[in-house]
Design a binder for this molecule. Structure first.
Ligand code: PLP
Length: 404
């Protein structure tokens, strides 16, 4: 084995940073089968519970029957089917935007958009907690970039004021993937005209999960859509229970991305099954906007319960609820312990989150029951009591269930 592999593996093991996949032996629901045992699942981004929905699955099967299993080529060769165009049109109507372009994943969308719309002379202003796919897109773009402290609009404004760049691009997530808080979009958007800047908004965790009808963060914050200075992306693999991503903006933007976004051009198109599943997921959301309310009601219930138990949920206001632990090794031990008690909650470590900010990252869906949430909170309380030196369950005086 070459030493560059073994040495790096040793270092990662020593620092508690080695990562491993975990296998689920069946469909994703509020419970999953792992090693033959049923576990409560609280770390999936299947926010509306659509990943194993019968109608969504049937739509995928129908798409396979009509179009086969693979697109066979990239979109610009022979990989564009009527289903791809139908899905783009459905998302365009859903987002009330001029045009939509599909990408194969949110990661690919962020890489593709950021590199296609910027130049070396562009200056990018990126929230310090932005997702790795944004960071990687920025690095690949070779544009100048500055990171502003998380959600700090004052520092962002200072940076914009001092910038001499001919093109200024602000990038933020709507809902932050590891913190579950919202970007101050009203304030950020108010800077766009003044500083002749543009906004690229990552709605991976907001699409389908936020706003009265699931349109995302702008809807949740009652900000009008259609601002030509805003480009939005969202994913289909989270709330929509499918896979893929979209970018929403002007027709001119779509033409530019079609011509220049390398992660759109040089890859096989999304498989028909995923297009069929995504179309059905949008139908279901349009017919049942109460699903979004259910995610957010469940999330509020869970946040209240965790806060009542005096756990630090880091200012989350959404269905993504971190429980701050701090130490990298400890968070992984806790995740294991909680798993052994029947609840699957992934521990999140650097470099995904900053050093010293390791956390359990819980996600809540529309289909979790109160009993399931109560059980998860009880297990978290019991498992973390040694870490925090007090019984989180009874010490907080706000248990959602009896503490033994
Ligand atoms: C904020 C954010 N953007 C983009 C992505 C990438 O999306 P996808 O999983 O579709 O590649 C993720 C996924 O975890 C994310 O959290």
């Amino acid at each position: 084995m070459p030493s560059f592999i073994t040495d790096e593996l040793k270092r990662l093991t020593r620092d508690g940073l080695l990562r491993q996949t975990r296998c689920i032996e069946g469909p994703v629901g509020t419970t999953v089968l792992m090693n033959g045992e049923e576990k409560l699942l609280f770390c999936s981004n299947d926010y509306l519970g659509l990943a194993n929905n019968a109608e969504v699955k049937n739509a995928a099967i129908e798409a396979i029957k009509r179009y086969g299993t693979g697109a066979g080529a990239s979109r610009l060769v022979s990989g564009t089917t009527a289903l791809h165009e139908e899905l783009e049109e459905r998302i365009r109507a859903f987002k009330k935007t001029e045009a939509v372009l599909l990408f194969n994943s949110g990661y690919a969308a962020n890489m593709g958009v950021i590199t296609a719309i910027t130049h070396r002379s562009t200056e990018i202003f990126s929230d310090r907690l932005n997702h790795a796919s944004i960071v990687d897109g920025i690095i690949l773009s070779r544009a100048k970039f500055r990171r502003y402290p998380h959600n700090d609009v004052n520092v962002l404004e200072d940076m914009l004021r001092s910038s001499r760049a001919p093109q200024k691009l602000i990038i933020t997530e709507g809902v932050f993937s590891m913190d579950g808080d919202l970007a101050p979009l009203r304030e950020i958007i108010s800077l766009l005209e003044t500083y002749d800047a543009y906004l690229f908004l990552d709605e991976a965790h907001a699409t389908g999960a936020l706003g009265a009808t699931g349109r995302g963060t702008l809807e949740a914050l009652a900000i009008p859509t259609g601002n030509p200075r805003i480009i939005e992306m969202g994913t289909l693999g989270k709330a929509f229970g499918s896979f893929g991503a979209y970018v929403a903006g002007s027709s001119a933007l779509k033409t530019l991305l079609t011509t220049k976004a390398r992660s759109f051009i040089y890859t096989t198109a999304l498989p028909p099954a995923q297009c069929g599943a995504s179309i059905k997921a949008i139908d279901i959301l349009d017919e049942n906007p109460s699903l979004v309310r259910r995610v957010q009601d469940n999330a509020a219930y869970m946040r209240d319960a965790l806060e009542a138990a005096r756990l630090n949920i880091m200012g989350s206001t959404t269905q993504i609820i971190p429980v701050l632990i701090g130490d990298t090794r400890r968070v992984m031990e806790l995740s294991e312990l909680i798993f052994s008690e029947g609840v699957f909650i992934q521990g999140i470590r650097p470099p995904t989150v900053p050093e010293g900010r390791a956390r359990l990252r819980l996600t809540v869906s529309a289909v979790h029951s109160k009993e399931e949430m109560n059980r998860a909170v009880r297990v978290i309380c019991e498992c973390t009591k040694d870490t925090f030196g007090v019984c989180r369950a009874c010490g907080g005086g706000g248990c959602v269930d009896e503490c033994e």
